[in-house]
Design a protein around this ligand. Structure first.
Ligand SMILES: Cc1cc2nc3c(=O)[nH]c(=O)nc-3n(C[C@H](O)[C@H](O)[C@H](O)COP(=O)(O)O)c2cc1C
Length: 192
């Protein structure tokens, strides 16, 4: 699959089979993240791949434990792949994905968040090229800001001064691929 095909056909997926992705595919997706553009060439992001559905589920619950969905009442994401904003009965911010990568960055670096999301985007496209579905997930910082989360960071040897910036869910889609999204009007100009 060439890059433009991956870009055109990638969707955020929020319905997953329980089938696990292979370790080799997870390593390829992580490599894509590690090779992303990064401010100042610092390579400050750290990626932890969790190929363990039970742990992913636990993290997914922590991910929305503090999230106030009522603040986003009226917001709309997708009918075909409803998000936690669309469907308040969803109990995990990770939607049952069997694998997840957490992307960490330095707390005190101006481009830490931008770097992390560059990693995440590379990862979603690499996943697509391997036939794996994905979804970028926010609320990294708050996911680990609790006793259980802090213990996980310790177990993973996350360096002092680092915080989670985002997650990338990985797995095989349960059901049909969502239909292609229309690009909103007026979002670009070319100046000659
Ligand atoms: C910065 C960022 C944060 C996101 N956070 C979440 C999230 O927490 N939960 C979720 O279900 N989707 C999340 N998404 C996925 C978006 O909802 C999705 O990209 C958007 O609806 C467009 O759909 P598409 O990816 O299928 O094109 C996030 C995407 C980005 C770029």
């Amino acid at each position: 699959m060439d890059v433009m095909e991956a870009i055109r056909t990638r969707h955020s997926v929020r319905k997953y089979q329980s089938k696990q992705i292979s370790r080799a595919d997870l390593e390829t997706v992580i490599e894509a993240g590690l090779r992303a553009p990064n401010a100042g060439g610092r390579q400050g992001s750290i990626i932890i791949g969790v190929n363990n559905a039970e742990l992913a589920e636990k993290l997914g619950k922590l991910n929305i434990a503090k999230f106030d969905r009522s603040a986003l009442l009226g917001a709309y994401v997708s009918d075909e792949q409803p998000s936690i904003i669309d469907d308040h009965s969803i109990k995990s911010g990770f939607y049952g994905a069997p694998s997840v990568c957490a992307v960490f960055g330095p707390e005190k670096f101006l481009y830490s968040i931008a770097d992390a999301f560059c990693c995440a985007e590379n990862m979603t496209l690499a996943a697509k090229s391997l036939g794996i579905s994905s979804c970028i997930i926010a609320r990294g910082e708050e996911t680990f800001d609790n006793p259980e989360g802090r213990k996980i960071l310790e177990d993973w040897h996350i360096p002092e001064g680092y915080t989670a910036r985002c997650f990338v869910l990985l797995g095989y889609i349960d059901g049909a691929e969502p239909s292609p999204k229309k690009i909103h009007e007026g979002r670009f100009r070319i100046i000659d």
